[in-house]
Design a protein around this ligand. Structure first.
Ligand SMILES: *[C@@H]1O[C@H](CO)[C@@H](O)[C@H](O)[C@H]1NC(C)=O
Ligand SMILES: *[C@@H]1O[C@H](CO)[C@@H](O)[C@H](O)[C@H]1NC(C)=O
Ligand SMILES: *[C@@H]1O[C@H](CO)[C@@H](O)[C@H](O)[C@H]1NC(C)=O
Ligand SMILES: *[C@@H]1O[C@H](CO)[C@@H](O)[C@H](O)[C@H]1NC(C)=O
Length: 308
């Protein structure tokens, strides 16, 4: 049903070619390495050839290594335990007061999910937190990202419940999208988000075609970048892969770094550079971490509808 109505939109929006490009929309989902001896990996994202402009790290405070290089976007990851907690607001206000350029904040990482990094926040708790800590930031001129739900159908339900609980008191300026699956599914999903929230620009803040072949991973990365660059209402995007293939929970082939911290083709293309020929190797054990089942399912439905 859903996919039938979206199919014409989807087909009309498929890019026809890919090219080596740079883009001011492109940013970094920064996932710091747990191993101190891999800290040098951080430099890659701000090296001479990188044209990334912004990043987020799932937290309220900047990662010092990027100071002066990338614009920081703070995130209120989950809801604080206390309903009077103002830590996030105070932290961001403190950054602004000290001269840090904070134009945007993100809120609630996958609140509709508890696994794979989801913050699992009830919609009414999120609404109360938003009204308390985020609306005052908006008064300071900061643009607010709607809660960053998963790409699963539960995401739409959760967001609807959230805005209902807000009773008109939450204003989001843009809407983040997460997607794990193939390109057709991604484009279809973004079309549905835009159809549901036509007044918000879209940020794609996590995406990858997880656990597929290297060739498919590369085609996906190229196609999605070209698509995002072409669509005006998509203003920011950040590929989920700024880690070593051996640590990847979206499959080794999606990663921007190989097991030794060298840029893969996908990583180099993402930074605006040329292919490196570096082929990522994975542990094999970590290939199936993200919530892929429904993404693959939806993509399957799209493919099926396409055959009818
Ligand atoms: C991806 O894009 C780069 C840069 O244009 C190109 O060299 C490469 O062949 C493309 N690869 C795939 C698999 O599409
Ligand atoms: C602050 O950053 C935004 C983008 O995030 C940019 O458009 C703006 O020009 C910056 N302002 C200053 C004063 O650097
Ligand atoms: C929304 O704002 C109105 C007007 O200030 C207020 O009466 C109402 O209680 C608020 N609702 C929530 C859920 O905060
Ligand atoms: C979108 O904006 C238009 C024009 O500003 C307004 O009439 C409409 O009600 C808005 N729609 C939503 C869903 O907010």
């Amino acid at each position: 049903m859903l996919t039938t109505t979206l199919l014409p939109l989807l087909l009309a929006s498929l890019p026809t070619l890919t090219s080596a490009t740079t883009s001011s929309k492109r940013g970094l989902v920064y996932v710091p390495s747990k191993n101190a001896n891999e800290a040098k990996d951080d430099q890659i994202w701000i090296s001479g050839s990188s044209d990334l402009t912004w990043y987020y790290n799932y937290g309220a405070s900047p990662s010092a290594v990027f100071n002066g290089h990338l614009n920081f976007v703070p995130m209120l990851w989950g809801a604080p335990a206390s309903n009077t907690d103002m830590t996030f607001y105070n932290t961001v206000k403190g950054l602004i007061d000290s001269g840090v350029n904070i134009s945007y904040v993100l809120a609630f990482n996958e609140p509709d999910g508890a696994s794979n990094g989801g913050s699992n926040v009830p919609a009414d708790t999120a609404a109360a937190t938003w009204i308390r800590e985020l609306e005052p930031l908006r008064k300071l001129g900061v643009k607010l990202g709607a809660p960053a739900v998963t790409g699963a159908p539960t995401g739409f339900n959760w967001l609807q419940n959230f805005f209902t609980a807000c009773a008109g008191n939450c204003t989001a300026d843009f809407i983040p999208v997460h997607w794990y699956g193939n390109f057709e599914g991604l484009a279809s999903h973004i079309g549905q988000v835009r159809g549901t929230y036509p007044n918000m620009t879209v940020w794609v803040t996590e995406y990858a075609d997880a656990s597929v072949s290297l060739q498919a991973s590369q085609s996906f990365a190229n196609q999605s970048s070209a698509y995002f660059d072409r669509i005006d209402y998509i203003t920011h995007y950040s590929y989920f892969g700024s880690f070593r293939s051996s640590a990847s929970n979206v499959g080794p082939n999606a990663a921007m770094l190989n097991q030794d911290g060298k840029l893969t083709d996908i990583g180099s293309w993402y930074l605006g550079g040329a292919a490196t020929g570096v082929v990522p190797k994975g542990s094999g054990a970590s290939a199936a971490g993200r919530p892929l089942a429904w993404g693959a399912l939806l993509a399957g439905v799209v493919a099926l509808v396409g055959l009818l």
